[in-house]
Design a protein around this ligand. Structure first.
Ligand code: CA
Length: 224
């Protein structure tokens, strides 16, 4: 697996590169947005770690340009603490995930592994799992070909689960990917929404395997 790191802070870039190499991943570094874009658009990477504030092209511009050229390499955006707008802009521009600086290397590695496990067919606009489909453009969700009526929040939650199939996701992971920083989250919010989803995705299809699983004390998993 080969990773491109686009980050103008040499210290951060080099320590990520060193860490990845210790994990037997190949890593290239670009210290400017322009170099990053050139490498990303000409070389074949499995993943791009992209800082947003860069000399030359910024991270958002790079994301947009790559996606408009149909380059679907997974992009993990690095954002400064508290810059919620950056995170949203990054995801809107076509990034797949984000990580707030400063971060622990283990966390970065976990995100990289999760992104690289994503099956290639999941990079399009329709996510599939078993007989469940979710269209990220039209917001249509179906099971066994039947259209399901989900609220906006239920949809986001299901989308997040479908992007990480067969993985146990903690409540904190779910909250940070599905809810914004300023929403009111109660301790049982995730449980409640998981319950709503089950009621729409599993309960009406008793003959099909249940897809949403609770792992007490750990989190939730989409699986068979
Ligand atoms: Ca920077």
């Amino acid at each position: 697996m080969r990773v491109l790191i686009v980050e103008d802070e040499h210290k951060i870039a080099n320590s990520i590169k060193k860490g990845l190499e210790q994990e037997s991943l190949a890593a290239d570094v670009a210290y400017t947005g322009t170099d990053g874009y050139d490498l990303a658009s000409t070389e074949d990477y499995d993943l791009i770690i992209l800082d947003l504030l860069l000399p030359g092209l910024n991270g958002i511009e790079i994301c947009r340009k790559l996606r408009s050229q149909k380059i679907h390499t997974p992009i993990l955006v690095l954002t400064a603490k508290g810059q919620v707008a950056d995170k949203v802009n990054g995801l809107n521009a076509g990034a797949d995930d984000y990580l707030t600086k400063p971060f622990a290397f283990e966390e970065l590695l976990a995100r990289i592994k999760a992104l690289s496990r994503r099956p290639p067919e999941q990079t399009g606009t329709v996510l599939n799992f078993d007989d469940l489909t979710l269209n990220t453009i039209t917001y249509e969700v179906t099971r066994e070909g039947k259209s399901l009526n989900l609220s906006r929040k239920e949809f986001s939650l299901l989308e997040y689960l479908m992007l990480h199939p067969n993985q146990t996701l903690t409540k904190d992971q779910i909250i940070s990917h599905v809810w914004d920083y300023d929403s009111d989250i109660l301790p049982n919010t995730v449980e409640v929404y998981i319950g709503y989803l089950r009621g729409k995705i599993d309960k009406p299809f008793p003959k099909r395997p249940a897809l949403i699983h609770t792992l007490r004390g750990f989190g939730y998993r989409l699986g068979k």
